[in-house]
Design a protein around this ligand. Structure first.
Ligand SMILES: [Zn+2]
Length: 219
């Protein structure tokens, strides 16, 4: 009887021990899972911010922007593939995680990718205008740019061809990268573009040129 009771309490002690180990282990696993989620959030934010910077450059390098956004989420950028001219950004970040049960500090990593979706034909246009056009193109699929930036000589040529439509050289916002002429697959897209323009900071200032778009307030 005594021996039996003894082994019974041994079993209970062993079970309690396993439970404690399991709880500690689970807590460590939970720490890793939560750190992974935080790392992914940090990577997503850093990649999006760097892509935005490539799309509409300010004075800060895209990799610095990625660093800043990663740090805000408690992460560190390991790699930012975000050089000038890239049409996609890939950011890898890491976050340290303390694991008291195994008495270790590990790092967890996460990677995120963001596409820099610049419409074709925006070369020479001002970057903030490109960003607004990208907004419109994202909201209204199917649009394209028929004519964007024009040199003074190109504007002069066009004015000679279509004096009624094209402004004389020196008088068009196309020449300063602040106007674009859009192509529409159908009237439906044209209506949608006009409806969404204001929400993207754009305007169609010339009533008889429903294709000619400028940043709102540019004229
Ligand atoms: Zn135009």
């Amino acid at each position: 009887m005594r021996a039996q009771r003894g082994s019974a309490s041994l079993i209970v002690a062993a079970a309690l021990g396993f439970a404690a180990i399991f709880a500690a282990f689970s807590a460590d696993v939970a720490r890793v899972v939560s750190a992974r989620a935080r790392a992914q959030t940090a990577a997503d934010a850093a990649a999006l911010a760097a892509a935005q910077e490539l799309l509409a450059p300010s004075t800060v390098a895209p990799s610095d922007v990625a660093d800043e956004y990663a740090e805000r989420h408690g992460a560190r950028v390991v790699e930012c593939r975000c050089g000038p001219g890239s049409d996609e950004v890939v950011v890898t970040v890491e976050i340290p995680v303390e694991l008291p049960y195994v008495r270790q500090e590990r790092t967890v990593r996460a990677t995120a990718r963001a596409v820099v979706d610049v419409p074709a034909g925006t070369e020479g246009l001002q970057s903030f205008f490109i960003a607004r056009l990208s907004c419109l193109f994202a909201r209204v699929p199917g649009l394209w740019i028929v004519s964007g930036f024009r040199t003074r000589a190109e504007q002069a040529e066009l004015h000679e061809e279509k004096p009624g439509l094209a402004a004389p050289p020196g008088h068009s916002n196309h020449e300063v990268g602040l106007a674009a002429d859009l192509g529409y697959p159908s009237d439906a897209e044209q209506r949608a573009a006009h409806l969404n323009a204001r929400g993207c900071g754009l305007a169609f200032p010339v009533p008889y040129e429903p294709w000619h778009v400028e940043p709102a307030g540019a004229a």
